[in-house]
Design a protein around this ligand. Structure first.
Ligand SMILES: Nc1ccn([C@@H]2O[C@H](COP(=O)(O)OP(=O)(O)OP(=O)(O)O)[C@@H](O)[C@H]2O)c(=O)n1
Ligand SMILES: C[C@](O)(CO)[C@H](O)COP(=O)(O)O
Length: 256
């Protein structure tokens, strides 16, 4: 697999774009504003997410896909905070999948050998280790997911004839993981997967690695170790948990 750069990087490393997906309204969180705009330790949730990729040495530029009404606020956030790697702030789509497609469209003119990392804006605690591991793993795979083991037993359920939920299956826990983001791709791989997925009227994806698995069956999706702290702000109370996790994290100046 070639790592040659279409962008003329003298090191030969491919160009890496991070796309921060922030097109959701945060229905489960509730409240007047999307959850990615909530304050977390003095910054908006989305600012933590964007800053993490701006700080990542492997990442060349960052695009942000945001709920349309909030685009001016995000542009101001980028300017006010010197988030200089942000190259575009664009509208997201009506579903997460549509927002991933909007990110792909924004990268239409890029070379297929470029790399893209798709990340939930709602995961503000993503670490530099996870970002670096995701990029490194793309040297050996067309797609990379980030996942953690599950300490709970995960079950499958179904409704019985009366509509009551019942247990259908208990898959072996040792092979189960909980998927996180970022998820990384060679751009040509993600393009081919979505070309096929969008032609399928039954498309129902909850993440982008799943689209590659489902529509490009021959493509390896490597899984690298995620981080329990890389939680997805989803429900009321999650901001408070993220605040606690952030307090435990060593400050940049104290890191070895
Ligand atoms: N139309 C959408 C829906 C979701 N997302 C993004 O995908 C990530 C994960 O989605 P989720 O946690 O489901 O966010 P929401 O859709 O905002 O939440 P909810 O389902 O509770 O409305 C979030 O960063 C969210 O902003 C997106 O970019 N575009
Ligand atoms: C992509 C994801 O974060 C992986 O765990 C998750 O599937 C997003 O789901 P959501 O319902 O859009 O939050």
């Amino acid at each position: 697999m070639s790592r040659a750069s279409a962008t003329g990087d003298p090191s030969g490393a491919p160009h890496v774009t991070a796309a921060v997906l922030a097109g959701g309204v945060g229905a489960r969180m509730g409240g007047p504003r999307p959850k990615q705009m909530l304050p977390l330790a003095g910054r908006a949730v989305i600012e933590h997410s964007v800053a993490a990729f701006c700080d990542a040495p492997d990442v060349d530029d960052v695009i942000v896909l945001m709920v349309e009404d909030y685009l001016p606020e995000i542009e101001k956030m980028v300017d006010d905070n010197g988030l200089a790697k942000v190259s575009a702030v664009l509208p997201g789509g009506a579903t997460r999948t549509a927002t991933s497609c909007a990110a792909l469209r924004a990268l239409d003119t890029r070379d297929g050998s470029d790399l893209v990392l798709l990340h939930d804006a709602a995961r503000p605690l993503v670490s530099q280790r996870v970002i670096a591991d995701c990029v490194s793993a793309l040297a050996g795979a067309g797609a990379v997911g980030v996942a953690v083991p599950t300490s709970d037993t995960v079950i499958e359920v179904e409704d019985d004839d009366s509509g009551a939920e019942t247990l259908r299956a208990v898959p072996p826990r040792s092979s189960l993981r909980r998927m996180q983001t970022p998820q990384g791709f060679h751009l040509d791989v993600l393009r081919r997967a979505y070309d096929r997925a969008l032609a399928d009227p039954a498309l129902a994806a909850t993440d982008d690695c799943g689209v590659v698995l489902g529509y490009l069956p021959g493509e390896t999706v490597r899984i690298v170790e995620g981080d329990e702290a890389n939680l997805k702000i989803t429900n009321p109370g999650d901001i408070e948990i993220a605040e606690l996790l952030l307090r435990q994290r060593p400050q940049a100046k104290d890191r070895p």
